[in-house]
Every structure is written in structure tokens, then in C-alpha cells.
Design a protein around this ligand. Structure first.
Ligand SMILES: Nc1nc2c(ncn2[C@@H]2O[C@H](COP(=O)(O)OP(=O)(O)O)[C@@H](O)[C@H]2O)c(=O)[nH]1
Ligand SMILES: [Mg+2]
Length: 165
């Protein structure tokens, strides 16, 4: 059985917990629950008829990241960096976290998820910014943890990158 650990990374309230809950349990809550410490979810995905067990680590906050990054990232096979389309600063945070992760772990398979696409009219991140990032070879996926749009696709794309690595 193939087992892969994934870490969710990104600024406060971008939707990391919501994406994991939507993907693993098909649920969404509008209530804001700050994740305390680390929450670990397990799920099985069928990739071309072969099962892959994903162990998804979901950490709270961003600033305390400095203290936990090593133990949090240890053993991971892939990373999901999450930004919130309605808050432009979260994109820089995601890219900064990618830098920190690269320095700590070397480059692992990863994707950049820009979440809350259901609120597109409130977006601060414009397509031009994302185009630029895309040109650097970073895989960008727009998701909504609320409607479920492209959430499965995001996790499956990362799984593929990890397995094919
Ligand atoms: N409209 C909308 N709200 C979202 C989405 N994802 C998360 N949220 C909301 O954004 C807030 C923060 O989400 P949460 O998953 O706790 O963020 P985290 O701190 O990154 O884990 C919560 O109130 C969620 O209900 C989304 O795709 N669309
Ligand atoms: Mg959370």
C-alpha cells in the first residue's frame, strides 16, 4: 500500500481546514473554527485503480509556523499551499511558506491552491498575478471549499505528482 503524507500550508483563514473537510468528508461549515495544533485526516484515493492512502496534516495559523515547521513537515511527500483569492496578501504568504519549506525539505511535489472561487466578485488576486506564477512552472488551481469546485481535482493532482515522482 502506498502511503503519502501531505501538509496544508497557508495564512490564517484561507480555507485549509475547509478544503480538507470538503475533500475527506464532503462537508462545509460557514462557522469559523480555528484549528488548534495539528489535525490529521486520513483518506484513500484511487489513482488509476491503485489505492493511495493520504495522511493529511492541517496546522493552525501561520506565525507559529517558525516553531513547528520541522516536526510538521517531517516525512511529507507533498505540500498544498493555499491562498484566499479575496485577500491578496495571502498569496505572498503562501509563496513565502513555499520558500521556507524548500529551505527545510528541499523541493517536494506541491500545488498552489487559490481558494474561495465562489466569491470571485470579491477577489483581490487578479488573473495576471496567477499567470505570472503559472509561467514559473507552479501549478495553480482555483477551488471553492464551499461548493466543492475543483477540490477533489486539487488533491488528486498532487497525489499524481507524488506517485509519479
Ligand atoms: N465562501 C467561502 N468561504 C470559505 C471557503 N473556504 C473557507 N471558507 C471560510 O473561510 C473561513 C476560514 O476557513 P478555514 O478552513 O477555517 O481556514 P484555515 O484557517 O485556513 O483552516 C471559514 O469561515 C470558512 O467557512 C470557500 O471556498 N468559500
Ligand atoms: Mg484551520
Amino acid at each position: 500500500m502506498i502511503k503519502k503524507k501531505i501538509c496544508m500550508m497557508g495564512a490564517f483563514a484561507v480555507g485549509k481546514t475547509s478544503l480538507v473537510q470538503q475533500y475527506v468528508h464532503s462537508i462545509f461549515s460557514d462557522k469559523y473554527h480555528t484549528t488548534i495544533g495539528v489535525k490529521i485526516e486520513k483518506t484513500r484515493v484511487d489513482l488509476d485503480h491503485s489505492p493511495v492512502d493520504l495522511i493529511i496534516w492541517d496546522l493552525h495559523g501561520e506565525d507559529d509556523f517558525q516553531h513547528v515547521r520541522l516536526s510538521y513537515l517531517k516525512g511529507s511527500s507533498g505540500l498544498i499551499f493555499v491562498a484566499d483569492g479575496t485577500r491578496k496578501t495571502t498569496l505572498s504568504t503562501a509563496l513565502n511558506l513555499k520558500q521556507i519549506a524548500d529551505n527545510t525539505m528541499g523541493t517536494l511535489p506541491f500545488i498552489l491552491v487559490v481558494n474561495k472561487v465562489d466569491l470571485k466578485e470579491d477577489w483581490e488576486i487578479d488573473p495576471e498575478d496567477l499567470n505570472e506564477i503559472d509561467k514559473k512552472g507552479i501549478h495553480v488551481i482555483l477551488t471553492s471549499a464551499k461548493t466543492g469546485e475543483d477540490v477533489d481535482q486539487a488533491f488528486e493532482l498532487l497525489t499524481r505528482k507524488m506517485v509519479e515522482k
